[in-house]
Design a protein around this ligand. Sequence first.
Ligand code: BTN
Length: 283
Amino acid sequence: MIKGEDALSVENIRRNLRTKIIGRNVSYFESIDSTNRVAKELAQDGAPEGTLVIADSQTAGRGRLNRQWLAPPGSSLLMSLIFRPQLAPAQATRITMICSLGMVDAIERTTPLWVQIKWPNDIVIKGRKAGGILTELGLKKEQLDFVIVGIGLNVNVDFEDRLPQYPPDMAPDTSRASLNVLASQSTSLSTEAVRHIPRLALLHNLLVAIEKRYQALQAGLTPNEEWSQRLETLNRPVTVTTTDQIITGQTEGVDTDGALIVRLADGSRTRFLAGDVTLRTTP
Ligand code: BTN
């Protein structure tokens, strides 16, 4: 039984919601395969901007790079938002960036934690991943029709033993060993804050923060400067591995479209797009 401050329902989400667009239209599921899958279907059927699809549990939650996204039922924020921005497809990363900054805002407003971002989209606390974003685009005649931002945030997950208890039917093809590796690199807000986090208040703060940042973006403010300041690897030596080369350099932040800027030893700069590369901090 999920308690009041954590219980997600359409009624609870609408009550005390202080936004004009984001989350006004909401679909809640106790369990669904993937909120991104549902949001995409709703967007294709014409759902309005700001539509929120949220679930207490996902049976086929998707992460970046074809990974699974796992969370014990009722523990986390598992949600997708529909945006219909006036942007070119290459600029859609700006939507992801305002959402990761919104996650930072909401976590810092609801908890005593200080949060960083790991390029391209991970929310990290003391080097461990607490959340991530999976963005998917819908195009019409090469124009951006909609953007789905899928947000997974580990809220009240016990990572103390580094292996949370997932229901047996949730990850049939995932071995315990790989879950262990995942868990060793992961954390949750409750683990880091050493206290229970009110999930509904966190959600409300998140929706408000994303709306504010979306309005700023629409008014012409690009988020990359502020985003760069949150970058875990800012001004630190990194190794970037692409399909055909390995490069070492120092990160200088991201540009307006979210590409990572790395300064090489000879002073020149290279720009990397997410999806093409993996990034490691150089010891
Ligand atoms: C990542 O790999 O870091 C991105 C994870 C995104 C997971 C969220 S959970 C809610 C939404 N629905 C999905 O199927 N995935 C995203």
